[in-house]
Design a protein. Structure first.
Length: 187
């Protein structure tokens, strides 16, 4: 499938998932700067669907936003506000303007946009986000594409300097155990 068809498929899946639509609306009410729900939240939703697992609430909802001048305490404050709006969900909120501080690159420059930051996430299948706008509905941000996500391929991001980070995450997250049909592409 081409990118547009995969994007339409992701929008359809997200739109049909009640808890995720509730989460998207909650985040839209709390954050004015560019934002998305992504990472494991979206990957888990797609892989559960592709591999026939029962849909379930995620361990946490990964919210990424980009606000250049926000203090580190804003992440926690937003998570608390979201928990008030949607208490059944556990929220993990990270300002991607500060995410370079957690990079595998000790000399990493700050990211210049939400898309730039997501493109540096460790796996291609995880570097995907969705957001919601009242006028246009569900939107997709996938700077590294959607093919690996829908094809069940675990591959290191081309922007990841240390392949060991990717391999450590694969082991720690136990994705192959959870999704035995996923294919690991060694860096």
């Amino acid at each position: 499938m081409n990118h547009h068809a995969l994007e339409a498929k992701l929008v359809e899946l997200v739109s049909a998932t009640g808890w995720l639509m509730d989460a998207l609306r909650a985040v839209n009410a709390c954050i004015e700067s560019p934002w998305c729900i992504g990472a494991g939240t979206v990957r888990g939703l797609v892989w559960d669907h592709v591999y026939g697992y029962a849909a379930a609430l995620p361990a946490d909802v990964d919210v990424a936003f980009f606000e250049a001048k926000a203090s580190a305490s804003v992440d926690r404050e937003l998570a608390e506000r979201l928990a008030q709006l949607q208490p059944r969900l556990r929220w993990d909120v990270v300002n991607q303007a500060n995410a370079h501080l957690f990079s595998d690159r000790p000399d990493a420059a700050p990211f210049f946009s939400l898309e730039d930051a997501i493109g540096a996430w460790p796996e291609t299948a995880t570097a995907v986000g969705v957001w919601w706008e009242p006028d246009t509905g569900v939107r997709v941000l996938a700077p590294l594409g959607l093919a690996d996500l829908f094809d069940g391929i675990l591959r290191a991001s081309p922007n990841l300097r240390d392949p060991g980070v990717f391999l450590d995450r694969c082991t720690a997250k136990r994705w192959i155990e959870r999704y035995p049909k996923v294919r690991l592409v060694q860096p």
